[in-house]
Design a protein around this ligand. Sequence first.
Ligand SMILES: [Cu+2]
Length: 179
Amino acid sequence: MHFTKSIIAASVVSGVYAATHQIQVGTGGQRVFTPATVDAAVGDTVQFIWVAGNHTVTSGGGSSSAACQPTAQFNSGFLIGNAGQTTNQPTFSMTVKTTAPITFYCAQNQNDHCQASMVGAINPSADNNNANSLVQLQRQASQTKVGSSGVAKKVTGGTVGKGNVIKQKREVVPSRLFK
Ligand SMILES: [Cu+2]
């Protein structure tokens, strides 16, 4: 007896709908990105919005030597969020071009933002032992010397603008594993 199995391949149409993921910078006046990680598809936009304080979002991290040091991928430069304001706040928007982890940190050396684990990732590794997981990014950053965060000079890899805060469904302040 023969059974014929027909396999119907479902094709996923990509690029039809591009989402925008918003990450708050400095929520509650704290040294945090909220959420610290997002999962994004190629073509999606990640918009960082400054809600309080003087911060950067700068590409870097992924190993002990790369923690709190800039790579050429992207950099917002220093922008200042006005605490308590939900409209017309500074933004840095970038288009996601890969599903590989994209890691970043805040280069503010006053009060040691990166060393306080102000780091994050787009499409981080879910494996907590992987260098591109949030846990390891925070660990790497917390172990770097205070005052040693690399400050990138040029704004690159995205666009600085103004925007409105989108209310977040999930927790507002992430739990901190280090510091
Ligand atoms: Cu900061």
